[in-house]
Structure formats: C-alpha cells, structure tokens
Design a protein around this ligand. Structure first.
Ligand SMILES: [Zn+2]
Length: 325
C-alpha cells in the first residue's frame, strides 16, 4: 500500500491504497458522571463517583452532543478487500479551547501533522480525505506537499470574485462559487447566475511547493478560451490585505482541487467512510461501548492496542499479497 503505482492514473482518480482517510471520534469513558458527588433527590444520600478527568462535551455531526475524549485516526486500505484496513496514526486531540488545553492540538492541525509524518515514510501517497471539519487553512499545507486533499465543501461560503478574463473584445467575469471557477452572468430578469466552467484537467507541477492548476475552458460565442488557474495557495494569496488584516484570498477554502459535486469528488468522499467504520468497530469492542480506562492517555493506550490488533489481522490475511506489479 501507499507505493507509487506502476499504473499511470489520473491525480483525481488515485487508487484506493494511495488515499489516506481520517476522522475524529469521541470515545465514551467508563462513567458518564461529571460530578464527584451527587445527592439522591428523595433521601438526600450523598453518593461519590469517579469522573474522567479529561472527558468533555463535544458537538458531533453539527448538533449531536457527545461526552468523552476525542481521538483522531488516519488509515489506508486496499480496494475491494475485506479486513485490509491499516490504522497508520492515532492521536488524542483537544476538544476544549486552547487556553484550557494548551498541550494538545485541535482536530485540523493534528490531522495535518499526522499526514505530513506519514508522507515522510510513504512518499507515494496521492490523496487524503476528511470531513468538513478540515478547512482551507489545513488543506493548504498538504496540497503544497503534493497531495490531493478532498473534503466536502463547507456550506454558506459566498461567491468570491477571482479575475476578469479579457482577450480582444471579450470580457468574462470569473468567480469562485460552489468550490470551483464559474463565469458570472446576469440573467434577463437581472438575477446573478454562476455557470461552472468545465475543468479539463488537474495539472501538477513539482517544486519546493507543489503547484496544482485547473486547466479550464471558457465556452465563448467568439472562440472558446483556455486558461490555467492555481488551486493551491499562492504567494500572493498569503499576503495580508491592509484593509481587512486578513490573507488576500483564502484560495484553498473556496477553490477546490476536486470540486465535491463531481464524479471524482463523490468517489473520494466514499473513501472517507472507512474511518467511521474504524471508530464504530473500536466502540463495539468494549462492553457498553465504553473505553475501559479513565483519562485521555489511558484511553489512547487502549486505542493503540485496538489498532495493533486491527493491523495484525490485516497483516495475517494479506501478507502474501502485493499491489505492486
Ligand atoms: Zn470570449
């Protein structure tokens, strides 16, 4: 797995074993108590409880509140082979504010560090997939390392003006909307309409920081135009705009290497499900779906044991197989 494949495959259609998948989970501690002492409502009897020192309430999936310790896992698997999953990295991550928990990293930053570490050992990796918790600022450093980073697009992003394309008598106003380059048109009744431009190819140029471009076509009544638009963060994007105090253009937030609502995007999105399966199997491995250890460190140790077992099963069943020709 994770080797440079002999098959020449498109960067937007990497092979399954060249794609990392990651996700965070909140694992329940042995007890849900948050108070060391409670008084019985009718008798007034004081009861003492053991409380997990690190657990807290986290919002999962947008609105569901869960109590526990938060972990992040990164894995890889073979296509169409049962029990081929390998958990590559695990970390206990911060679920409170940085001030309350200065030592651990938040979800996005922890994922970036893990993937960068895995890349040092497996330079043949092609892509990484995650959920909407990963934002543009996290995608940018991984894209610069040469990966295609796929996540669903965060909802509620407003269209951004990108550039005005001018050639001869032609003018086309280009915007970024729905994670891709669009031409802005004004309809007959005065409405603004963004027409997605066809992406011919995701081009890749190696260097100190890898560059990715969309080769686009602007369909035009006079003559179709071809242009290249960077989809990694440029030097210019990183400059601070003095009027807003922010980066000029958060390119990797708005403009995506593989736009989510495309066949390639839907395929990569499907790969991420494997992480949920990893966490679900982990939860099911213990009575009452509770990790039998108090504290984030203890729970992480239990999780490492689980990963060890999981990876050993994969190794035993697929030892003789090789995906390389
Ligand atoms: Zn034109």
């Amino acid at each position: 797995m994770m080797q440079q494949s002999a098959k020449r495959v498109s960067r937007i259609y990497p092979e399954r074993q060249q794609v990392l998948h990651g996700d965070a989970t909140v694992a329940a501690p042995p007890s849900s108590h948050t108070e060391h002492e409670t008084a019985d409502k009718t008798t007034g009897e004081i009861r003492t409880h053991r409380v997990d020192p690190d657990a807290g309430i986290t919002v999962e999936g947008g609105d569901k509140q869960v109590y526990g310790n938060k972990f992040l896992s990164v894995g890889v698997r073979l296509a169409d082979k049962a029990h081929s999953r390998v958990i590559l990295a695990l970390e206990s991550i911060r679920h409170r504010s940085q001030a309350e928990d200065p030592d651990r990293e938040g979800e996005g930053a922890a994922f970036v560090d893990m993937v960068k570490y895995v890349l040092t050992r497996a330079p043949g990796l092609r892509a990484a997939t995650y959920d909407a918790a990963l934002r543009g600022k996290h995608r940018a450093p991984l894209i610069a390392e040469g990966l295609v980073v796929f996540t669903p697009q965060h909802s509620g992003l407003k269209p951004q003006s990108l550039q005005r394309y001018q050639k001869g008598t032609c003018t086309h106003d280009l915007y970024v909307a729905e994670a891709r380059v669009c031409e802005r048109r004004i309809t007959i009744d005065g409405q603004t309409h963004y027409t997605p431009l066809p992406v011919e190819e995701l081009e890749y140029r190696e260097g100190k920081r890898t560059r990715f471009y969309h080769r686009l076509t602007i369909p035009c009544g006079i003559k179709d135009h071809t242009l290249h638009i960077r989809v990694d963060e440029t030097e210019d994007d990183r400059q601070i705009d003095p009027t807003t105090g922010r980066k000029r253009f958060n390119r990797t937030e708005h403009l995506r290497q593989v736009p989510p609502d495309t066949p390639a995007g839907r395929r990569l999105k499907g790969f991420r499900q494997d992480s949920e399966s990893t966490h679900s199997r982990f939860d099911q491995s213990y009575p009452h779906k509770r990790v039998p250890a108090y504290g984030a460190k203890g729970a992480l140790l239990i999780y490492i044991g689980y990963a060890w077992l999981n990876n050993s099963v994969t190794r035993a069943l697929h030892k003789s197989e090789s995906v390389a020709p």
